[in-house]
Design a protein around this ligand. Structure first.
Ligand code: DNO
Length: 349
């Protein structure tokens, strides 16, 4: 496995010097943040990121994310023009050595939580989603700003988008994903890049907005749209794992054996009876997911893709981007290293 760490660029309070001191750290996962979705990434920005990462003894060979503009997901009249820009970004990334690009196909909002700083009994804080906090909200009536949502939309834009996606429905969204994949995957193949789709987080519809990258049947469907080694998953254990219907070790084993996992996001969640969930420390003992079984499944199927510790809690008084502090993610990386070492030795016997 190729161990990696997400870095938000120069404004990130976590530095590349911090990251390189984590044992076994190989790659920095980042993106060009100075342009909007739907615009071409300036080559100088990609080159600069690469130079900086390499100057710190690591590789910049994986991107998260090249965002997919809403109009592609909606199949708007300018979708094809935007897909051309997307393909150009794949080519530009490849030119600077990128081997894997992460993206998602979630309408309007990326991940959704109701609180970003829930204090646990040990004093750490983490991201949570409590159903009772979500239930009373109606985005068509209320002025809601949930954490994680793109704050650049006005409330009326959000309403229009929600209405447009409501009309499009799940099958409409599938149609637009199919159109997108059929155009981008051949380009990715040509450039030697693996496209890794991130699952919807959480993996079920919210406020009536369709979500499709959610469960095993839908992952099968997505992969079969273009049956190519360049059409892959970013298998996020926490996103898929916050719904009890997903058996994560089983899914990891299956898709890794098919060689269709390009990137693993390893993160723990604690599920509650009513569907609420809390993000917790990476260890199996800290939550609902069996991390040992997940890593064992990867090792036994010969996984050699990218792995990163995903969302950490805030511990030791650290402040910063929720989910993306240094300390708890570094503990996660150390734990992941340990699980891999043990599973690899066991597997060789
Ligand atoms: C959350 C992340 C996601 C992910 C995107 C990929 O912390 O895992 O925001 O980067 O969905 O496009």
């Amino acid at each position: 496995m190729k161990l990696s760490f997400r870095w938000y660029g120069k404004d990130d309070p976590v530095t590349l010097q911090n990251i390189r001191q984590i044992p076994n750290m190989r790659s920095v996962v980042s993106a060009v943040y100075d342009v909007k979705p739907g615009e071409v990434w300036p080559e100088e920005s990609i080159a600069e990121m690469k130079k900086e990462v390499e100057a710190n003894g690591m590789l910049f060979d994986i991107v998260e994310s090249v965002p997919v503009p809403e109009n592609i997901k909606l199949g708007a009249p300018d979708a094809d023009k935007l897909i051309d820009v997307y393909c150009e970004n794949i080519r530009r990334c490849a030119k600077y050595g990128i081997k894997c690009i992460t993206y998602n196909f979630m309408p309007v909002f990326d991940w959704t939580r109701t609180q970003l700083d829930k204090v646990a009994t040990d004093g750490s804080t983490s991201l949570v989603m409590y159903m009772d906090q979500l239930k009373g909200l109606d985005p068509l009536k209320d002025d809601i700003h949930l954490p994680g949502w793109d704050s650049s939309y006005t409330q009326s834009e959000v309403r229009d988008l929600i209405a447009a996606y409501g009309e499009l429905g799940e099958e409409g969204l599938w149609r637009n994903l199919e159109h997108f994949l059929k155009k981008i995957i051949p380009v990715a193949e040509e450039c030697g890049v693996q496209m890794a789709i991130h699952p919807d987080d959480p993996p079920y519809p919210i406020f009536g907005i369709p979500r499709i990258i959610t469960n095993e049947a839908n992952l099968d469907r997505m992969l079969s749209i273009v049956d190519s080694p360049a059409n892959c998953l970013c298998l996020c254990t926490g996103s898929l794992g916050c719904a009890a219907f997903n058996d994560i070790p089983k899914m990891v084993r299956k898709y890794s054996a098919m060689n269709r996992i390009a990137f693993m996001h390893i993160r723990q969640v604690t599920l509650m009876e009513d569907g609420s969930f809390e993000e917790s420390g990476h260890l199996s003992a800290c939550g609902s997911l069996d991390m040992y079984e997940i890593v064992k499944a990867l090792v036994e199927t010969g996984f050699d893709g990218y792995v990163r510790p995903d969302h950490g809690r805030m511990i030791w008084g650290e402040t910063g981007k929720p989910g993306y502090g240094l300390y708890d993610r570094a503990l996660g990386a150390a734990y992941i290293n340990g699980l891999f070492e043990a599973c690899e030795k066991e597997n060789k016997k």
